[in-house]
Design a protein around this ligand. Structure first.
Ligand SMILES: [Fe+2]
Length: 187
């Protein structure tokens, strides 16, 4: 990817964008249903080892060939800004509370290194135990446990299984693409 001049991105995602069609796979709503049901299963949730020093995770069998994870979040930990390329997904909080900060805009998939976000595109939501959210392809977000005391646990599912994750740094309105992770990097 060649560095390009910083461009400004301002078009919000339509409020009711049609769900992308990937034949044979679960919809984002079905992934959310799985995440919520699994997050409500104490046997699964309690199988995750928790580490006060860092995030922990276990791979789960997601529905219909999806990729799923059970993740533990000590207080103060987070993912940093990233997207999931062409995968759609969902996650649900099983214990504690998670914050999701996201962008209400679809980023161009290729050909840029730095984007200035127009005002008004930032979104934030707080997901207590039992709450979840689904998202479409190219969703950009960061997930954090902002608690100072309570460990959080959550269930995540993606379809198609993640081909890559793009990681970004954020400086005010400017989003910089930092690197691209492939499955070999996190398995
Ligand atoms: Fe994510």
């Amino acid at each position: 990817m060649s560095p390009s001049a910083q461009s400004t991105l301002s078009a919000p995602v339509p409020a009711h964008a049609p769900e992308p069609v990937t034949a044979g796979g679960p919809s984002a709503a079905e992934l959310l249903d799985f995440a919520l049901r699994t997050a409500a299963d104490p046997e699964v949730v309690s199988s995750l080892p928790l580490d006060p020093e860092g995030r922990t995770w276990i791979r789960l069998d997601g529905p219909s060939g999806s990729e799923a994870w059970l993740i533990g979040w000590p207080p103060g930990t987070g993912t940093g800004w990233h997207d999931h390329a062409e995968s759609r997904g969902a996650f649900a909080t099983a214990r504690g509370r998670l914050t999701e900060r996201s962008l209400a805009v679809r980023l161009p998939a290729e050909g840029w290194q730095s984007l200035e976000l127009a005002p008004g595109l930032d979104r934030s939501r707080s997901l207590a135990a039992g709450a979840g959210r689904a998202f479409g392809e190219h969703h950009v977000h960061e997930v954090l446990n902002e608690s100072t005391a309570e460990h959080a646990v959550s269930v995540h599912a993606y379809y198609p299984p993640l081909p890559l994750i793009r990681r970004y740094s954020r400086s005010g309105p400017v989003l910089n693409l930092e690197h691209v992770e492939r499955p070999a990097d996190w398995q």
